[in-house]
Design a protein around this ligand. Structure first.
Ligand code: AVI
Length: 326
């Protein structure tokens, strides 16, 4: 059938240490020091993030799961029966299970991941749950537009109706321009008659947001500081983790939580023979997590030629699942 024509495409992108080093040095030699948040997720960081998703203060994951549990059936009824689902950055593939449970007619699921380990895990986890489902993994980086274009050309994705599923508010970790670029990729991936389902974290009381990114147990602090440990381990860095403090800040202008690592003293750190100086109180900006209103998200999506069709929220209006169409 048409569904089975999706070709397994393995484009191998491994983040080399050289790229990591270049990104680290370039980030730490800016006026406002910064590090790309994608480097949080080494094995240790991924495990710490899993712990974050179970924290009392981190409402994000359980709220989205509750919305999915409540509305999956309704969402499934809106979607056409003959559909393939693509999940960029699917990770362990846990969230899609809810949706799939109500969509018996879905023939193909395409987990799209940069990590081979996670792809294998999602395959192993999903195939016993859905024995009828064809799982066609794609190895690659969905943030790389050139690669996505190539994928669309090489596979049958463009000739069919797809649902691009992007939960978790991962979109919020990209700046506005990149978020638009990513959604444009999704618009191409889903096809002219397709759908895009995105989970977004909504603007809410400041303290709720600040606490979600600075929990009492210190798991988020450990997650943030693990980036410095990774630089020590992989790039021969000399960070003393005790000399930095984790901070979550709310940036009102951009409606985003920022994570910072603040230097507790004047100090010099050496990374691969390069010296980086810190003043006391100077910070490294390590992550943005943008929060949206339904209106601001609608406008953002419009810039990617996607129109907002329907949304599902929790009772507190903390989080929204948004269905979009080209
Ligand atoms: C993966 N991402 C959606 C998380 C977030 O909420 O922005 C990453 C995270 N950072 C600190 N806590 C969780």
């Amino acid at each position: 059938s048409q569904m089975t024509t999706i070709k397994q495409c393995s484009i191998n992108i491994s983040i080399s240490n050289c790229e990591f080093l270049t990104d680290v040095i370039s980030g730490l030699t800016q006026q406002q020091k910064s590090l790309p948040c994608k480097y949080f997720y080494d094995d240790k960081g991924a495990a710490l993030f899993e712990q974050i998703t179970r924290l009392q203060e981190y409402y994000v994951t359980r709220t989205e799961l509750a919305i999915l549990e409540r509305y999956s059936k309704e969402i499934a009824q809106i979607l056409p029966e003959s559909l393939s689902i693509i999940e960029p950055g699917c990770g362990s593939g846990k969230k899609i299970a809810h949706l799939l449970a109500h969509m018996s007619k879905v023939k193909t699921f395409v987990p799209f991941e940069i990590s081979t380990e996670m792809l294998n895990y999602s395959l192993a986890h999903l195939s016993p749950l859905f024995p009828e489902l064809v799982i066609a993994p794609l190895l690659g980086d969905f943030t790389d537009s050139a690669m996505v274009k190539q994928l669309i050309k090489e596979t049958a994705l463009n000739s069919q109706t797809n649902l691009v599923y992007f939960p978790g508010s991962t979109l919020g970790n990209f700046n506005t321009l990149k978020a638009i670029e990513i959604m444009r990729n999704f618009q191409h991936l889903c096809g002219v008659n397709g759908y895009v389902l995105i989970g977004i974290d909504l603007v809410k009381q400041r303290q709720v947001l600040l606490d979600a990114y600075d929990d009492k147990l210190g798991v988020t602090a450990a997650f943030n500081k693990n980036l410095l440990q990774r630089i020590n381990d992989e790039l021969n860095g000399s960070f003393n983790l005790a000399n930095f403090n984790h901070e979550s800040r709310y940036n009102e202008q951009h409606n985003r939580i920022e994570m910072h690592l603040v230097s507790l003293c004047e100090q010099t750190v050496v990374i691969n023979n390069q010296q980086i100086n810190f003043k006391q109180g100077e910070s490294i900006h390590t992550e943005n997590s943008h929060k949206y209103t339904l209106e601001s998200f609608k406008q953002l999506a419009a810039q990617a030629n996607l129109s907002l069709e329907q949304t599902w929220q929790d009772d507190n209006n903390y989080f929204a699942l948004c269905l979009l169409r080209p």
